[in-house]
Design a protein around this ligand. Structure first.
Ligand SMILES: [Ca+2]
Ligand SMILES: [Ca+2]
Ligand SMILES: [Ca+2]
Length: 89
């Protein structure tokens, strides 16, 4: 077992508490890492690091299905009270 898969070294995170270092979860395909941040995506979502507005367990930044529709003119920050997020189907 490569050193980087040795949880006992204390150098590996295990955010999904399956006793397997998270980088090994990703390398083995146990966990997806669609946003390539080195954190299993279930932890991105579960830890609040990534939004999951459609609660499908996939960080929304990985999904190309979200579109913001505005019903009023966006303000200088690009958002307005009239914006809602809808999911393409
Ligand atoms: Ca793990
Ligand atoms: Ca990730
Ligand atoms: Ca999602």
């Amino acid at each position: 077992m490569p050193d980087d898969c040795d949880l006992s070294s204390g150098s590996s995170a295990d955010c999904n508490t399956n006793l397997i270092p998270d980088e090994c979860d990703i390398a083995a395909g146990t966990s997806e890492d669609c946003n390539n941040n080195g954190v299993p995506d279930e932890c991105d979502v579960g830890g609040g690091g990534s939004p999951d507005a459609n609660t499908n367990g996939v960080p929304d930044e990985c999904e190309c299905t979200v579109t913001t529709y505005c019903t009023s003119t966006p303000n200088s920050s690009g958002n307005s009270a009239g914006c809602t997020i809808r999911w393409k189907v």
